[in-house]
Design a protein around this ligand. Structure first.
Ligand code: SME
Length: 161
């Protein structure tokens, strides 16, 4: 599949998943992103609770040790503080970076918000340098703004962590 079509394909799949109202919606969504994009080597959804980021559904080869990150710490914590997407071309050049996997070269973190309140984020690591571009940013920010997605995030926050 051509690269641009991948975003369209994933968008359609994500839309279908979000309509299902299953308890596994967020895990299913993470799985679809992981299976669609080769360059998405690790994907996790973090939730903001009591000034910490807590890891929820994730997909990747290995688990991360960073299951609880203080807001303000690392690239994830920075995005949770600023509410802005972080797109890191080379993680080794960013002093904030909290290393999880030896292979990771680039990272994107997209905050999930209700109005101005940051309730979580989507974190994706890639084994390739400079993996993420404006297409990824737009695609992921659209998911983060999806009302059905936000509803699921709130549900998870209230029931599962
Ligand atoms: N690298 C992140 C920590 C989370 S792991 O990538 C899964 C950071 O710098 O905040």
């Amino acid at each position: 599949m051509k690269n641009n079509n991948l975003y369209k394909y994933a968008e359609k799949k994500v839309g279908e998943i979000l309509k299902t109202n299953e308890l596994t919606v967020l895990q299913d969504l993470v799985n679809i992103l992981y299976n669609t994009f080769d360059k998405y080597n690790w994907i996790g959804i973090y939730f903001v609770k009591d000034n910490y980021l807590l890891l929820g559904p994730w997909k990747g080869e290995k688990p991360t040790n960073h299951t609880k990150i203080p807001v303000g710490k690392g690239i994830c914590g920075s995005a949770a503080e600023s509410g802005k997407t972080e797109l890191i071309k080379n993680v080794r050049n960013d002093i904030r970076y909290l290393a999880c996997f030896i292979n990771t070269k680039s990272e994107i973190v997209v905050p999930i918000k209700i109005k101005n309140k940051i309730i979580g984020e989507i974190d994706i690591d890639s084994d390739k340098e400079n993996s993420f571009n404006n297409n990824d940013k737009k695609f992921l920010e659209k998911i983060a703004k999806n009302q059905q997605f936000i509803k699921n995030i709130v549900y998870y926050l209230n029931h599962q962590i």
